[in-house]
Design a protein around this ligand. Structure first.
Ligand SMILES: [Zn+2]
Length: 121
């Protein structure tokens, strides 16, 4: 996936490029460029985010469920209210102590704005 990336350099110049963070060109104004390791780390983080959004809550590990909620900008209590479960129940899913029932997994997909591929079965 090659998205357009926009950044603002420390010198204030805004510029964009097509591709990954690792492909970042030097700033057109001052020539500055962050260390490669930092750019690679940004790509890894984006990749993890992307995978998380494609993971079905039905089979996601607890820490993934928690991150999906955090990515959606919701507190445990806010998410529990919208899902219509007690915070303790949501917490038990996020700690991997219980599986998410299918009906709630579907609500989570909607609530968290996930892009889970359609199931064919
Ligand atoms: Zn610059």
């Amino acid at each position: 996936m090659n998205a357009m990336i926009d950044v603002q350099c420390a010198c204030g110049k805004r510029f964009g490029w097509q591709g990954n963070f690792a492909d970042r060109p030097p700033c057109p104004r001052c020539g500055a460029r962050p260390p490669q390791a930092e750019l690679d780390a940004s790509d890894r983080r984006c990749e993890e985010d992307e995978q998380r959004r494609r993971t079905d809550p039905l089979c996601a590990a607890g820490d993934v469920l928690r991150q999906q909620r955090v990515d959606a900008g919701l507190s445990l209590r806010q998410a529990a209210t919208k899902l219509e479960v007690g915070p303790a129940v949501l917490s038990s899913w996020e700690q991997g102590r219980a599986r998410v029932p299918e009906s709630y997994a579907r609500k989570m997909v909607e609530l968290y704005g996930l892009h889970v591929p359609e199931r064919t079965t």
